[in-house]
Design a protein around this ligand. Sequence first.
Ligand code: ADP
Length: 278
Amino acid sequence: MAKPPYRIDSGERVNLAKLDPRDDGGWEREAAEARAEELGRELEDLQELQYAAGDHGLLIVLQGRDTAGKDGTIRYLLQHMNAQGTRIQPFKVPTPKELSHDFLWRVHAVTPGRSETVIFNRSHYEDVLVVRVHNLVPESIWKERYEMINDFERLLVKSNTIIAKFMLHISKEEQEERLLEREQETEKAWKLSVGDWKEREYWDAYTEAYEAALERCSEVPWHVIPADKKWYRNLAITETLVEILRPYREGWMEKLGKVGERAKAELSDFRAQAPRRA
Ligand code: ADP
């Protein structure tokens, strides 16, 4: 794989140890920030077309280990997204009611309708990540979920959902630094959790679980984003999203052009029938 961000397509093997979380694609920070702003404006523009055209939903899936920067990424993306029609959807430990259904039940209910954008902060992938690492269900159950996830995503895509899946890839050293920072900085202390230090002990098991999910569920491609440098992460995600949305621009413009023509024709009919209003 040449340059980040790394796109994982169907059938590809994944070795996370070979993808450097510190990579910055050769960018200098200042230039990367300027480029991200520029692409951010394009993203805003594209998302407005998607919203107005009303043909597609947009689902952004964010996965990553604790402290990988999911919250920061969402804060950054929201600066470049249309607040109207955009929703953030976190996934926590399932409630008893959620557990009494199939694992996709709570997920399907909150996917984006046409026009909408939904950002998943964690997702259905927790059901093959944390669940696999901690044996929350027997292997015979989680093993079957990869295919179920592929079927589910295929259904969403066939129903006009554009799906962009991101794995924020941080190094173990960077995670330690971020966790220690939370202890030292009062304004970050609310994020402190002994659970994060406990999960860190399962680092290798999570690596295996991530590699399996990336390999087995890449019919809708995954994007592995080197995330040690937040400014590069922001650029890589914005750029990837823009690249995913760009091919739809023409179709959305065409649709909106037709809608505009229809509205103009209706208006001129209306005026023709009531000339005094013109
Ligand atoms: P954050 O996403 O900011 O870390 P929390 O600290 O509330 O938010 O963490 C949510 C927790 O919920 C995570 O530990 C995650 O692994 C867990 N979780 C999410 N989905 C599931 C699931 N399907 N089964 C078990 N645990 C889950």
